[in-house]
Design a protein around this ligand. Structure first.
Ligand SMILES: NC(=O)c1ccc[n+]([C@@H]2O[C@H](COP(=O)([O-])OP(=O)(O)OC[C@H]3O[C@@H](n4cnc5c(N)ncnc54)[C@H](O)[C@@H]3O)[C@@H](O)[C@H]2O)c1
Length: 252
């Protein structure tokens, strides 16, 4: 068990990648605190982890609200007294496939709030706890869109911010024995994308992408979750400030 007795918090844990990461953390022996704006989805993840006999808790929050974030981390500190691992997974593209002329203040601002500002505020709050304990592993969620992706204008900008912020935060927190890394997944098979484009377009997209992946397949949530487990473990204690691509070799 690589995360035995660790206390972890996974945001976006109602979603496919977040739920899978939370499950993997618990399988590796961590207590998992789930957080998401989607309470029902969070409850489902909680039930699945509880059914396996692992320690799990949930504190729903809207991470676009600074107040919710401050409250989330103060509740964690009050209840558990420490937090060893933070996986900032909440996010997504809320302005996809939009022409440059149609980029709007409202949707761009939401993409920046949910992907970048939430990550920065969660890191600010968790650092207060992790500095006191002189230990911590922070895993942020970027995207391969940081290299540029057609149709993802404001999302790629927000995730680029996550990537740069991760490096600067690693420089800032290294002296406190806190590792900060980010994951940049390529296309991962998740319900939110499949539901958005429908089964026919999904089939075509998947086949097209598989052909351009050296490993001949697109990613699954478990591929990202396993990388998060490694970064959360002490096996990764000399790795910080890195953006780890989980892409099956696409976009090399
Ligand atoms: N699926 C992919 O191909 C892919 C690729 C690269 C990066 N990512 C990133 O991985 C992360 C997880 O995405 P996913 O594919 O599992 O999608 P998902 O939609 O299943 O998960 C995202 C979760 O974030 C939650 N969330 C959204 N707004 C929130 C808010 N304001 N407060 C709290 N929670 C909120 C959602 O409720 C959802 O449960 C995201 O950051 C996404 O940008 C995904």
């Amino acid at each position: 068990m690589r995360l035995k007795d660790k206390i972890s918090l996974v945001t976006g844990s109602a979603g496919n990648i977040g739920a899978c990461t939370a499950m993997r953390f618990s399988e590796e022996g961590a207590t998992v605190i789930l957080s998401d704006i989607n309470k029902e989805g969070c409850k489902k993840t909680l039930q699945e982890i509880e059914d396996k006999g692992s320690r799990v808790d949930m504190i729903p929050a809207d991470l676009t609200r600074e107040y919710d974030i401050v409250k989330l981390f103060s509740q964690v500190r009050e209840k558990y007294g420490r937090l060893d691992i933070l996986a900032n997974i909440a996010g997504g593209d809320y302005e996809p496939m939009v022409d440059l002329d149609e980029v709007s203040d409202e949707k761009m601002s939401y993409n920046i709030a949910v992907n970048l500002k939430s990550c920065i505020f969660c890191c600010r709050e968790v650092a207060k706890i992790m500095k006191d304990q002189q230990y911590g592993k922070i895993i942020n969620m970027a995207s391969i869109a940081v290299k540029g992706n057609l149709g993802q204008l404001s999302y790629s900008a927000a995730k680029g911010g996550v990537s740069s912020f991760t490096r600067t935060l690693a420089l800032t927190l290294g002296m406190y024995n806190i590792n900060v890394n980010a994951i940049a997944p390529g296309l991962i098979e998740v319900d939110v994308i499949k539901n958005a484009i429908g089964p026919e377009m999904w089939k075509a997209l998947k086949e097209d992408q598989e052909a351009s992946h050296p490993l001949g397949r697109i990613g699954q949530p478990i591929d990202v979750a396993n990388c998060a487990v490694f970064l959360a473990s002490d096996e990764a204690s000399f790795i910080t400030g890195q953006l780890i691509e989980v892409t099956g070799g696409s976009r090399l």
